[in-house]
Design a protein around this ligand. Structure first.
Ligand code: SAM
Length: 275
C-alpha cells in the first residue's frame, strides 16, 4: 500500500468527486428521514495543501486553488455548496470525503468511514473526533462493506474510492459495487475511477451497470494540462453514479461548466444504460 492521497488531495478529480458527493448529500437531506454514508476508502480526512507532498505534485494548485477567487454568491447552487464546505478549514487545508460528509450530516444521519492504512486511519480518527455521528473504522473497505449493508436507515450513499494502485482494483471495485447493488438496491452509489485507458474505463462502467442498478450516470472530467513533476499525471477521471437523485445531472453539469474555464477542464455527465 504505497498510495497516499496527500499528494493528490484537492486536484481536479477530487473537485469533481466531491462536487458529486455534496450534490448527493444535499438531495438526501431534502427528506427528514435519516440516511447513512458509507465511505469504503476514506483516506485521512484532512489534507495539508502547504506540505511538501502537495507542493511536490502541484495538483491542488492546478485544482481547488484555482477556484479561490470564485465568489460563492456568483456560483451555481451545487458549486456554491461545495465551495462552502471545501473552504471550511481555510486555504491551506482541504477536506476529504469523510470530513465533507461529516460536516453535512444532521443529528439523525450517520457516517461510517473505513481506511486501511494505519497512519491514515489514525489521522482520520482524529479528524472525525468532533463529529459524534461519524465513525472511523480501521481495516479493509471491501471486506467490511457487506456487513454494513443494508444500513438500518435504508437510505444513503456508498462511496467506493480506491487508489487503483494494483491491477485488481478495477475488478475489486466492480465486485464491491455489485455487492452494494445486491444488498442495498436503493443506495446511491458513487464509484470513482481513473481514466488512463478509455477502453479499460468503458469496460469497467459496463461491468458495474450490468450488475443491475436501475439508473446510472457517468461523470467525466478531463484537464488540458495536468501538472508534471517528472511523472505523467492523470488528466482524466470518471465517476459512476448509480441511482442518481432527480435533477443531479443538471446540477452537476452546471457546476462542471462553471469550473471548466478555471481548471482548463471539460466535464460531461452522460446517462448510461445496460447493454
Ligand atoms: N475518499 C477519499 C477522499 O475523497 O477524500 C480519498 C481516498 S484515496 C483515493 C484511497 C484511500 O484508500 C487511501 O487512503 C488508501 O490508504 C486507502 N485504501 C487502500 N486500500 C484500501 C482498502 N482495501 N480498504 C480501505 N482503504 C484502503
Amino acid at each position: 500500500m504505497n498510495y497516499r492521497h496527500t499528494y493528490h488531495a484537492g486536484n481536479f478529480a477530487d473537485v469533481a468527486k466531491h462536487l458529486a458527493l455534496v450534490g448527493v448529500l444535499l438531495h438526501l437531506k431534502k427528506k427528514d428521514t435519516p440516511f447513512a454514508v458509507i465511505d469504503t476508502h476514506a483516506g485521512r480526512g484532512l489534507y495539508d495543501l502547504s506540505g511538501s507532498e502537495a507542493e511536490r505534485t502541484g495538483e491542488a494548485k492546478a485544482g481547488i486553488a484555482r477556484l479561490r477567487d470564485l465568489r460563492i454568491e456568483d456560483a451555481p447552487p451545487l458549486l456554491a455548496a461545495y465551495l462552502e464546505v471545501a473552504r471550511g478549514w481555510g486555504e491551506t487545508r482541504y477536506p476529504g470525503s469523510p470530513l465533507i460528509a461529516a460536516r453535512l450530516l444532521r443529528p439523525q444521519d450517520r457516517l461510517v468511514a473505513i481506511e486501511k492504512h494505519p497512519d491514515e486511519f489514525a489521522a482520520l480518527k482524529r479528524a472525525l473526533q468532533p463529529y459524534p455521528r461519524a465513525r472511523a473504522v480501521g481495516g479493509d473497505g471491501y471486506e467490511q462493506l457487506p456487513a454494513l449493508l443494508p444500513p438500518p436507515e435504508r437510505r444513503g450513499v456508498v462511496l467506493i474510492d480506491p487508489p487503483y494502485e494494483s491491477e485488481n482494483d478495477f475488478a475489486d471495485a466492480a465486485r464491491a459495487a455489485a455487492t452494494a447493488i445486491r444488498k442495498f438496491a436503493t443506495a446511491i452509489l458513487l464509484i470513482w475511477f481513473p481514466v488512463k485507458a478509455k477502453a479499460e474505463a468503458d469496460r469497467f462502467c459496463g461491468e458495474v451497470i450490468a450488475a443491475g442498478a436501475g439508473k446510472a450516470l457517468r461523470v467525466d472530467i478531463v484537464v488540458d494540462n495536468p501538472p508534471r513533476d517528472g511523472k505523467a499525471r492523470l488528466s482524466s477521471a470518471g465517476l459512476l453514479v448509480m441511482n442518481p437523485p432527480y435533477g443531479f445531472d443538471t446540477e452537476m453539469t452546471r457546476a462542471l461548466d462553471a469550473i471548466a474555464p478555471l481548471l482548463g477542464s471539460n466535464g460531461e455527465v452522460v446517462r448510461l444504460t445496460a447493454t
